[in-house]
Design a protein around this ligand. Structure first.
Ligand SMILES: [Zn+2]
Length: 181
């Protein structure tokens, strides 16, 4: 949801065209600032252990009761990779290592940009957490295609299957910048 009030002074925001007129932006008439309403970044992994992919069954809406990847919102203190590893740990108990970039997913009007990695773990000690209904691994032939929570989960699993079947190497060229002071 886009904000209604200015977070600095509490004035009701107005809408006005952006400089080149193609987007209606929100602005505070008192502070004379523009409120940029941009997508948030969601990060997550498909943990792959012994040729099976670990999915979570969501306990909350959207998509309660349906399957997805472990993932969530990236924090400012994190990199894409560390955020994806943290979300995976929180939702599955797995300590994963990133294997490669699976995909970057967006859509017009979307509130999020989703960055998903293939990951793996030495151990199969996943467990249900308070955040999810169930954690379970699936062979490629048993992916619950009709019970997925999000279009991003469908696309990511399709991309995983595509890469696996063709034995494609996933991109590993991401780089982490120096910490911002
Ligand atoms: Zn203001």
């Amino acid at each position: 949801m886009s904000p209604t009030f200015c977070t600095s002074c509490g004035s009701r925001l107005i809408r006005r065209p952006s400089r080149n007129g193609d987007i209606l932006r929100q602005a505070c008439p008192a502070c004379r600032i523009t409120v940029y309403d941009t997508p948030s970044v969601v990060v997550g992994t498909l943990p792959v252990i012994n040729e099976r992919v670990v999915l979570i069954r969501r306990a909350t809406d959207p998509g309660s009761g349906l399957w997805s990847y472990p993932g969530g919102y990236l924090e400012t203190s994190e990199t894409l990779e560390s955020g994806a590893i943290r979300e995976t740990r929180e939702e599955t108990g797995l300590e994963v290592a990133i294997r490669g970039l699976l995909g970057v997913y967006s859509r017009p009007g979307g509130r999020t940009v989703t960055v998903l990695f293939e990951a793996t773990s030495e151990r199969e000690n996943w467990k249900d957490s308070s955040e999810v209904m169930e954690v379970k691994s699936f062979p490629m032939a048993g992916i619950p295609w009709n019970e997925l929570a999000f279009w991003t989960a469908k696309y990511a699993l399709e991309d995983w299957v595509y890469a696996r079947e063709r034995q494609l190497a996933l991109p590993r060229a991401w780089r982490v910048g120096p910490a911002r002071r």
